[in-house]
Design a protein around this ligand. Structure first.
Ligand code: GUN
Length: 283
Protein backbone atom coordinates (compact mmCIF):
# COMPACT_ATOMS: atom_id res chain seq x y z
CA UNK A 1 0.00 0.00 0.00
CA UNK A 2 1.26 3.47 -0.83
CA UNK A 3 2.39 5.64 2.07
CA UNK A 4 0.35 8.34 3.76
CA UNK A 5 1.94 11.66 2.83
CA UNK A 6 2.33 13.82 5.94
CA UNK A 7 1.21 17.35 5.04
CA UNK A 8 3.55 19.52 7.10
CA UNK A 9 2.30 22.66 5.43
CA UNK A 10 -1.28 22.03 6.57
CA UNK A 11 -0.19 21.07 10.11
CA UNK A 12 1.98 24.20 10.31
CA UNK A 13 -0.97 26.31 9.14
CA UNK A 14 -3.25 24.80 11.79
CA UNK A 15 -0.73 25.59 14.53
CA UNK A 16 -0.27 29.16 13.21
CA UNK A 17 -4.04 29.69 13.28
CA UNK A 18 -4.10 28.55 16.91
CA UNK A 19 -1.15 30.82 17.74
CA UNK A 20 -2.89 33.79 16.16
CA UNK A 21 -5.79 33.34 18.60
CA UNK A 22 -3.42 33.04 21.56
CA UNK A 23 -1.61 36.19 20.45
CA UNK A 24 -4.90 38.09 20.25
CA UNK A 25 -5.62 37.08 23.86
CA UNK A 26 -2.14 38.12 24.98
CA UNK A 27 -2.54 41.48 23.25
CA UNK A 28 -5.90 42.00 24.94
CA UNK A 29 -3.98 41.56 28.21
CA UNK A 30 -1.39 44.14 27.18
CA UNK A 31 1.38 41.75 26.03
CA UNK A 32 2.53 41.72 22.41
CA UNK A 33 4.96 38.83 21.77
CA UNK A 34 8.22 40.22 20.37
CA UNK A 35 11.04 38.50 18.47
CA UNK A 36 14.44 40.06 17.69
CA UNK A 37 16.50 38.56 14.89
CA UNK A 38 20.18 39.36 14.38
CA UNK A 39 21.67 38.74 10.96
CA UNK A 40 25.36 39.28 10.29
CA UNK A 41 26.88 39.31 6.80
CA UNK A 42 25.43 38.67 3.37
CA UNK A 43 24.83 34.92 3.15
CA UNK A 44 21.89 34.83 0.74
CA UNK A 45 20.22 31.75 2.24
CA UNK A 46 20.33 33.40 5.69
CA UNK A 47 18.77 36.58 4.29
CA UNK A 48 15.95 34.52 2.77
CA UNK A 49 15.37 32.61 6.06
CA UNK A 50 15.25 35.87 8.00
CA UNK A 51 12.81 37.45 5.54
CA UNK A 52 10.57 34.38 5.89
CA UNK A 53 10.74 34.57 9.69
CA UNK A 54 9.80 38.26 9.59
CA UNK A 55 6.86 37.55 7.28
CA UNK A 56 5.64 34.66 9.45
CA UNK A 57 5.75 36.88 12.55
CA UNK A 58 3.69 39.56 10.80
CA UNK A 59 1.10 37.00 9.70
CA UNK A 60 0.39 35.79 13.24
CA UNK A 61 0.76 39.18 14.95
CA UNK A 62 4.20 38.83 16.58
CA UNK A 63 6.19 42.06 16.74
CA UNK A 64 9.55 41.47 15.05
CA UNK A 65 12.74 43.49 14.88
CA UNK A 66 15.50 42.58 12.45
CA UNK A 67 19.04 43.80 13.04
CA UNK A 68 21.19 43.46 9.93
CA UNK A 69 24.92 43.98 10.30
CA UNK A 70 27.84 43.91 7.83
CA UNK A 71 30.11 40.83 7.79
CA UNK A 72 32.95 42.73 9.51
CA UNK A 73 30.90 43.42 12.67
CA UNK A 74 32.98 43.18 15.84
CA UNK A 75 32.14 40.58 18.47
CA UNK A 76 31.95 43.34 21.06
CA UNK A 77 29.17 45.18 19.22
CA UNK A 78 27.28 41.93 18.63
CA UNK A 79 27.50 40.91 22.30
CA UNK A 80 26.44 44.42 23.31
CA UNK A 81 23.32 44.14 21.11
CA UNK A 82 22.45 40.75 22.62
CA UNK A 83 22.88 42.20 26.14
CA UNK A 84 20.57 45.10 25.24
CA UNK A 85 17.90 42.75 23.86
CA UNK A 86 18.17 40.54 26.96
CA UNK A 87 17.00 43.55 28.98
CA UNK A 88 14.34 44.77 26.53
CA UNK A 89 10.85 44.03 27.96
CA UNK A 90 9.25 44.22 24.47
CA UNK A 91 11.41 41.29 23.30
CA UNK A 92 10.52 37.73 24.34
CA UNK A 93 12.69 35.86 21.87
CA UNK A 94 16.19 36.48 20.50
CA UNK A 95 17.56 34.63 17.49
CA UNK A 96 21.01 35.06 16.04
CA UNK A 97 20.95 33.64 12.53
CA UNK A 98 23.66 31.04 11.94
CA UNK A 99 26.17 30.60 10.47
CA UNK A 100 28.09 33.65 11.69
CA UNK A 101 31.18 34.95 9.86
CA UNK A 102 34.28 32.98 10.93
CA UNK A 103 35.77 35.71 13.17
CA UNK A 104 32.71 35.59 15.47
CA UNK A 105 32.37 32.81 18.03
CA UNK A 106 28.94 31.17 17.72
CA UNK A 107 29.37 29.57 21.16
CA UNK A 108 30.12 32.91 22.81
CA UNK A 109 27.13 34.59 21.16
CA UNK A 110 24.71 31.76 22.00
CA UNK A 111 25.97 31.73 25.60
CA UNK A 112 25.25 35.47 25.80
CA UNK A 113 21.54 35.07 24.98
CA UNK A 114 19.36 34.85 28.08
CA UNK A 115 18.11 31.23 28.29
CA UNK A 116 14.65 32.70 28.94
CA UNK A 117 14.71 34.37 25.52
CA UNK A 118 16.56 31.63 23.62
CA UNK A 119 13.63 30.63 21.38
CA UNK A 120 16.02 28.73 19.08
CA UNK A 121 16.75 26.35 21.97
CA UNK A 122 20.51 26.52 21.37
CA UNK A 123 21.69 27.79 24.78
CA UNK A 124 23.46 25.10 26.86
CA UNK A 125 20.91 25.66 29.66
CA UNK A 126 18.04 24.78 27.34
CA UNK A 127 19.94 21.89 25.76
CA UNK A 128 20.75 20.57 29.25
CA UNK A 129 17.13 20.83 30.38
CA UNK A 130 16.05 18.97 27.26
CA UNK A 131 18.62 16.24 27.98
CA UNK A 132 17.15 15.65 31.45
CA UNK A 133 13.59 15.68 30.12
CA UNK A 134 12.57 19.08 31.51
CA UNK A 135 10.47 21.77 29.90
CA UNK A 136 12.64 24.28 28.04
CA UNK A 137 12.90 25.91 24.65
CA UNK A 138 13.59 23.07 22.22
CA UNK A 139 15.34 23.42 18.89
CA UNK A 140 12.64 24.28 16.34
CA UNK A 141 13.16 21.64 13.64
CA UNK A 142 13.19 18.56 15.91
CA UNK A 143 10.43 20.02 18.07
CA UNK A 144 8.43 20.55 14.87
CA UNK A 145 8.89 16.85 14.04
CA UNK A 146 7.55 15.82 17.45
CA UNK A 147 4.52 18.15 17.10
CA UNK A 148 3.90 16.92 13.57
CA UNK A 149 3.86 13.26 14.68
CA UNK A 150 1.59 14.17 17.60
CA UNK A 151 -0.90 15.80 15.20
CA UNK A 152 -0.78 12.71 12.97
CA UNK A 153 -1.53 10.53 16.02
CA UNK A 154 1.76 8.71 15.60
CA UNK A 155 3.12 7.78 19.03
CA UNK A 156 6.84 7.15 19.44
CA UNK A 157 6.41 5.12 22.62
CA UNK A 158 8.28 1.82 22.32
CA UNK A 159 9.18 2.50 18.68
CA UNK A 160 12.71 2.18 17.38
CA UNK A 161 13.66 5.64 16.09
CA UNK A 162 16.83 5.79 14.02
CA UNK A 163 18.18 9.32 13.63
CA UNK A 164 20.64 9.79 10.78
CA UNK A 165 22.75 12.88 11.56
CA UNK A 166 24.22 14.22 14.80
CA UNK A 167 24.14 18.00 14.40
CA UNK A 168 23.45 20.16 17.44
CA UNK A 169 20.50 21.80 15.66
CA UNK A 170 18.70 18.68 14.38
CA UNK A 171 20.17 15.20 14.94
CA UNK A 172 21.09 15.33 18.63
CA UNK A 173 17.95 17.17 19.79
CA UNK A 174 15.77 14.88 17.59
CA UNK A 175 17.30 11.90 19.44
CA UNK A 176 16.77 13.47 22.88
CA UNK A 177 13.18 14.49 22.15
CA UNK A 178 12.39 11.01 20.76
CA UNK A 179 13.81 9.52 23.95
CA UNK A 180 11.58 11.87 25.95
CA UNK A 181 8.65 10.37 24.02
CA UNK A 182 9.79 6.91 25.22
CA UNK A 183 11.23 5.73 21.92
CA UNK A 184 14.21 3.40 21.69
CA UNK A 185 16.75 5.58 19.93
CA UNK A 186 19.74 4.90 17.70
CA UNK A 187 21.87 7.76 16.37
CA UNK A 188 23.79 7.16 13.14
CA UNK A 189 26.19 9.56 11.44
CA UNK A 190 28.80 9.90 8.72
CA UNK A 191 31.16 7.44 10.45
CA UNK A 192 28.51 4.76 11.01
CA UNK A 193 29.44 1.47 9.36
CA UNK A 194 26.70 -0.28 7.36
CA UNK A 195 24.14 2.49 7.90
CA UNK A 196 21.46 0.53 6.08
CA UNK A 197 21.66 -2.27 8.66
CA UNK A 198 20.45 0.28 11.22
CA UNK A 199 17.87 2.15 9.16
CA UNK A 200 16.31 -1.15 8.05
CA UNK A 201 15.53 -1.95 11.70
CA UNK A 202 13.80 1.38 12.29
CA UNK A 203 10.09 1.89 12.90
CA UNK A 204 10.78 5.58 12.37
CA UNK A 205 13.72 7.09 10.47
CA UNK A 206 14.60 10.76 10.95
CA UNK A 207 16.92 11.67 8.09
CA UNK A 208 19.07 14.75 8.63
CA UNK A 209 22.11 14.05 6.49
CA UNK A 210 22.18 16.90 3.97
CA UNK A 211 22.71 14.68 0.92
CA UNK A 212 20.20 14.58 -1.94
CA UNK A 213 18.16 11.32 -2.09
CA UNK A 214 20.79 9.60 0.08
CA UNK A 215 18.39 6.99 1.53
CA UNK A 216 16.39 4.80 -0.85
CA UNK A 217 13.50 2.36 -0.58
CA UNK A 218 15.74 -0.61 0.30
CA UNK A 219 17.21 1.28 3.26
CA UNK A 220 13.85 1.10 5.06
CA UNK A 221 11.75 -1.76 6.34
CA UNK A 222 8.27 -1.96 4.81
CA UNK A 223 5.79 -0.01 6.91
CA UNK A 224 8.37 2.42 8.31
CA UNK A 225 7.59 6.05 9.06
CA UNK A 226 10.04 8.34 7.26
CA UNK A 227 10.74 11.90 8.39
CA UNK A 228 12.92 13.77 5.91
CA UNK A 229 14.68 16.86 7.22
CA UNK A 230 16.85 17.31 4.10
CA UNK A 231 16.76 20.43 1.94
CA UNK A 232 18.91 19.70 -1.09
CA UNK A 233 18.94 20.27 -4.82
CA UNK A 234 18.82 17.22 -7.10
CA UNK A 235 20.70 16.83 -10.39
CA UNK A 236 18.09 19.05 -12.12
CA UNK A 237 18.31 21.78 -9.49
CA UNK A 238 14.93 20.76 -8.00
CA UNK A 239 14.42 20.92 -4.23
CA UNK A 240 14.59 17.44 -2.67
CA UNK A 241 15.17 15.73 0.65
CA UNK A 242 17.67 13.22 2.01
CA UNK A 243 15.28 10.43 1.00
CA UNK A 244 14.43 9.25 -2.49
CA UNK A 245 10.74 10.09 -2.00
CA UNK A 246 9.38 8.41 -5.13
CA UNK A 247 10.80 4.97 -4.32
CA UNK A 248 10.50 5.17 -0.52
CA UNK A 249 6.80 6.03 -0.58
CA UNK A 250 6.01 2.70 -2.25
CA UNK A 251 6.57 0.74 0.95
CA UNK A 252 6.56 3.29 3.81
CA UNK A 253 3.54 3.62 6.09
CA UNK A 254 3.96 7.42 6.16
CA UNK A 255 6.48 9.86 4.76
CA UNK A 256 7.09 13.61 4.77
CA UNK A 257 7.61 15.27 1.37
CA UNK A 258 10.24 17.90 0.53
CA UNK A 259 9.13 20.63 0.19
CA UNK A 260 5.97 20.74 2.32
CA UNK A 261 6.96 18.36 5.13
CA UNK A 262 9.29 19.27 7.99
CA UNK A 263 10.29 22.66 6.49
CA UNK A 264 7.11 24.62 7.28
CA UNK A 265 7.18 23.29 10.86
CA UNK A 266 10.53 24.93 11.71
CA UNK A 267 9.45 28.58 11.53
CA UNK A 268 6.11 27.61 13.08
CA UNK A 269 7.91 26.30 16.17
CA UNK A 270 9.94 29.51 16.37
CA UNK A 271 6.63 31.41 16.52
CA UNK A 272 5.36 28.86 19.04
CA UNK A 273 8.41 29.24 21.30
CA UNK A 274 8.15 33.05 21.12
CA UNK A 275 4.50 32.90 22.17
CA UNK A 276 5.36 30.52 25.06
CA UNK A 277 8.03 32.99 26.19
CA UNK A 278 5.57 35.90 26.08
CA UNK A 279 3.01 33.83 28.02
CA UNK A 280 5.57 33.15 30.76
CA UNK A 281 6.17 36.89 31.06
CA UNK A 282 2.42 37.61 31.08
CA UNK A 283 1.86 35.37 34.11
N1 GUN B 1 20.57 28.57 10.54
C1 GUN B 1 19.99 27.48 10.00
N2 GUN B 1 18.98 27.05 10.77
C2 GUN B 1 18.92 27.88 11.82
C3 GUN B 1 18.08 27.97 12.96
O1 GUN B 1 17.17 27.16 13.19
N3 GUN B 1 18.33 28.99 13.81
C4 GUN B 1 19.32 29.88 13.61
N4 GUN B 1 19.50 30.83 14.51
N5 GUN B 1 20.13 29.84 12.56
C5 GUN B 1 19.91 28.84 11.68
Amino acid sequence: MAAAIIDGKAIAQDIRTELKKEIEKLKANGVTPGLAVILVGDDQASHTYVRNKDKACAEVGIHSEIYRYPADLSEEVLLQKVAELNEDPAIHGILVQLPLPAHLSEDKVIDAISPEKDVDGFHPVNVGKMAIGKEAFYSCTPYGIIKMLERENISLEGKHVVVVGRSNIVGKPAALLSLKESATVTVCHSKTKDLSAFTRQADVVIAAVGKAKFLKKDDFKPGAIIIDVGMNRDENGKLCGDVDFESAKETAAAITPVPGGVGPMTITMLLYNTVQSAKQKAQ
